[in-house]
Structure formats: C-alpha cells, structure tokens
Design a protein around this ligand. Structure first.
Ligand SMILES: Nc1ncnc2c1ncn2[C@@H]1O[C@H](COP(=O)(O)OP(=O)(O)OP(=O)(O)O)[C@@H](O)[C@H]1O
Ligand SMILES: [Mg+2]
Length: 426
C-alpha cells in the first residue's frame, strides 16, 4: 500500500506531496496537470521500474525527468511492504539519466496492478518479479510484466521469443475449453464489471473469424441476441474485458507461482487505474468504481485493496458517495492557480447529483449548460437587477434566451416574472 509521495523539481509543479488513503483514492483535475504522471510515480516508487522502460512499445509511463536540469530532483516515498514500511528517497542522477536506487533487493510492495490510460497494463508480482535475498537467484526474471494494448490481446513475448503471456484471445479460449477455475474466475469478474443488472457481460461460444487465423475466438453474448467475437466488441466492452482478463491472468499466474514457491498467495493489492471511465457510457460510469473494488474481493477473496483512480467524470464522483469513508479514502484535486499547478487533498462531502459535482472544486465549471447558454444566462441574470434595462434590450435578450434554453428551463420562471413586472415584453 502506497502511503506517501513527495516530489521536488519533477513534474508539472515545483513540489507535490500526498498522503494516500488506505482504500480508495480519487484523483481529479484538468488535462495536463499531472494525474497520469502521479500514477507513474506511484508505480515506480513501489516497483522501481518505469513501465516504458520495461516495454519500449509503450507510449505512456516514461521515466520522469527533472524540470530544472541544473537543480537536484527528488522523489521521496513510503509504502507498506511485506515485512516493514519502506521509507525512501531517490535523486535524479543526470549522468545515468535515471533515479538512483539503493543497491540490493527493494522492498516487496505485494501485488501492484496498473491500468494505463492508453490500454496498456502493467503488473508487479512478488512471486515472479522478485528475487531471492542474498544470492541474487531469480534476478534474471522480468522486472515487471508490462503489456502494450496489442500484447494484452495477442500475447507478450520476451526478446528471445519465449512467451511470457498467451494473451486474451488464446488464454480465454483455452480456459473456456478447460472449463476450470480460470474460466470460472473470468466469468465472475466479467459479471461484476458488467454495466448493469440487465446488461451482463457473458461469454458466448468460441468461433473462428478468419481463414488465416487459426485461433479460436472468444465471443460475448450481446443483449440483441448475437454472439460477437471479442475483437469486434465495442471500445467500452474491450476496455473492460481486457481489464478483466489482465486481472484474472495476473492472479492465476500469481497463484501458480506461489504454489511453486510453496507459499500462500498474497492478499494485499494496490491497483492504479487511469481514466477509469474511459469509453464507458454514463450508466456504466456509475457502477465501475464499486465494481472494481468488488472485483478484487471476487478474485482474491480479499478486501485489502488500495485503489488509486484518476477520473474526469462527475458521475464517478457521485457514484462513490454512498461508501466514501474519510478514515480510509481520500480525494486529491489538481488545479491551475496563478499559472502554477497545485495539488490539494479535498474534503469529500456528498453533492447529491452530477450537476453539483460539475460545479464543484473537482471540475470547476460554472454550470452544466452549453457555453452559449451559460453566457446568455449570465447576461440575463445581470439584466434582472438592472434598473435601467430597456424594453428593446430585454426583447433582444429574450430572443437569445429562446435560442439557447430548453422550453422547460427553470430560469424562465424568474425571467418571465421580472419581465412582466417591468413591462419588458409585449
Ligand atoms: N516523464 C515525465 N517527466 C517529467 N514530467 C512529466 C513526465 N510526464 C508528464 N510530465 C509532466 O506532467 C504534466 C502532466 O501530464 P499528465 O499526463 O500527468 O497529465 P494528466 O493530468 O494525466 O492529463 P490528462 O487529463 O490529459 O490525461 C506534463 O505536461 C508534464 O509537465
Ligand atoms: Mg492523464
């Protein structure tokens, strides 16, 4: 579990500091203020590898570089590792163009999952990415498993051609034929991550989609009666099924690796998810965070999960209201103030509905109207208390209001009441 981060001279702000909640952590803020960057830093702090360094096909998750090259840069971090709390700080080494890490074996953060915004995935598994103390046994093993979006589907190969992962298409088909624990887990996870009670994600029969592709292709049963090959599924569906597959694959491999080591599977997990609502319909946005929290329960039989989720969605914020708990959850908001990026932990309180979230500190919007409507409404609000407003101006404004507001907009009541009193309109 990541506890604390403090950055200086790296990233969009001169300094940044956060104390994470032990369960749910939400990160909001405008584009380009450092949310994904912060997830990369959290991943790096726990695993000491940048995703793009492990897999050069990635276009995200690059090594963090200092802002001012002439000054020292530091990442200080703290996380609870298997046997202790790891408190450490790392400085950027300009000669190495990397972050100096303590020699020897780093602390074991337990399972760390990272779903990046572009559809890439990364996992650090203590059973497979960790080496034995003392004799460096196992040091040649991968330092993490990092998948580009295509590799999640088609498989991940080591440079020498060895397959590290078969990929969603082959594994799903294999699991389905086997009809054992892996397929049971996949079906259960897909069910938990479904958009709603009447739209369940259910695997269909395997099929073939090409004369030239010999792979049996998994399908999904669609509510309109067709079985659609997973590669033809919609973007939202593909995002969710690839996430479900990734989690099940990681867990299956973790359990097998732990069995080989004669150890029990880990029960603590950190899960980093960028743009958690990506491609999801508003209905689905309302269910995805609770589902992600439940999924770990389903898969790992543990509720000891720390989730760091980046979002641009007011529906996500509204969806966590019923269970947000200040003693274990936290909300961090990035803002641009006087041309500087500021990161603040905000007090989470219930806003009740999406519209109130839109105009809250999380999204800093004046309203949920179109920009045109917002401007005309502002002018009309000023006009309502303008003693010298002329009838001609009122008629022109009335015309513009008609052009941007719905007929049932609540503003009409106020507008018409005042207009009638002042004799503005014929
Ligand atoms: N590897 C890096 N090294 C140093 N600074 C970086 C690095 N990656 C990103 N940044 C800084 O972080 C800023 C924000 O990037 P980031 O991708 O985190 O934005 P974001 O908040 O996730 O935006 P969006 O909502 O559009 O995804 C960049 O403009 C850059 O200043
Ligand atoms: Mg981002």
């Amino acid at each position: 579990m990541i506890k604390h981060l403090r950055l200086s001279n790296v990233g969009p702000a001169a300094t940044m500091e956060l104390e994470f909640g032990r369960r749910l952590n939400l990160l909001t803020g405008d584009n380009g203020l450092g949310k994904s960057f912060l997830l990369d830093i959290a991943w790096w702090a726990m695993t000491r590898r940048w995703p793009a360094e492990v897999n050069c096909k990635l276009t995200a998750g690059k090594v963090a570089l200092p802002t001012d090259k002439k000054m020292g840069a530091e990442i200080a971090f703290s996380f609870s590792a298997a046997s202790k709390t790891m408190d450490d700080a790392s400085s950027f080494d300009p000669r190495m163009q990397g972050w100096a890490v303590r020699p020897g074996r780093p602390a074991n953060p337990r399972l760390v999952f990272y779903a990046l915004a572009d559809g890439s995935f990364a996992v650090w598994d203590p059973a497979r990415n960790y080496w034995r103390q003392g004799n460096d046994e196992g040091r040649e093993r991968p330092s993490a498993y990092v998948f580009s979006p295509n590799e999640v589907w088609d498989g991940l190969q080591r440079e020498d051609g060895v397959w590290l992962c078969n990929g969603l298409i082959r594994d799903w088909a294999g699991w389905q034929k086997e009809n054992g624990r892996a397929f049971e887990s996949l079906t259960a996870v897909l069910d938990v991550l479904s958009p709603s009670a009447d739209e369940r994600i259910v695997p269909g029969a395997l099929t073939r989609i090409s004369l030239d592709d010999v792979r049996d292709m998994p399908t999904l049963k669609m509510p309109y009666g067709q079985e659609v090959p997973v590669v033809h599924a919609s973007s939202g569906m593909r995002r969710i099924i690839s996430l479900a597959y990734f989690l099940v694959w990681c867990w299956e491999e973790h359990v097998k690796a732990k069995a080989l080591l004669g150890e029990e599977p880990d029960s603590k997990t950190v899960f980093l998810v960028d743009e958690v609502e990506s491609h999801l319909h508003p209905k689905w946005q309302r269910t995805v965070i609770p589902a992600l929290m439940r999924v770990m329960n389903t898969l790992l039989s543990t509720s000891d999960v720390q989730l760091l989720a980046v979002t641009h969605s007011p529906l996500i914020m509204a969806s966590v209201e019923p269970f947000f708990d200040r003693t274990q959850d936290a909300w961090f908001d990035f803002d641009l103030i006087d041309s500087r990026v500021r990161l603040e932990q905000r007090q989470f309180f219930r806003h009740g509905d999406v519209r109130s979230w839109l105009v809250s500190e999380a999204f800093d919007m004046k309203s949920g109207y179109s920009l045109e409507a917002e401007r005309v409404l502002e002018e009309a609000s000023v006009a309502l208390s303008d003693e010298k407003f002329s009838n001609a101006d009122a008629r022109a404004l009335d015309e513009r209001l008609r052009g941007v507001l719905s007929e049932t907009d609540p503003f009409w009541m106020r507008w018409r009441f005042v207009a009638e009193k002042k004799g503005w309109l014929p």
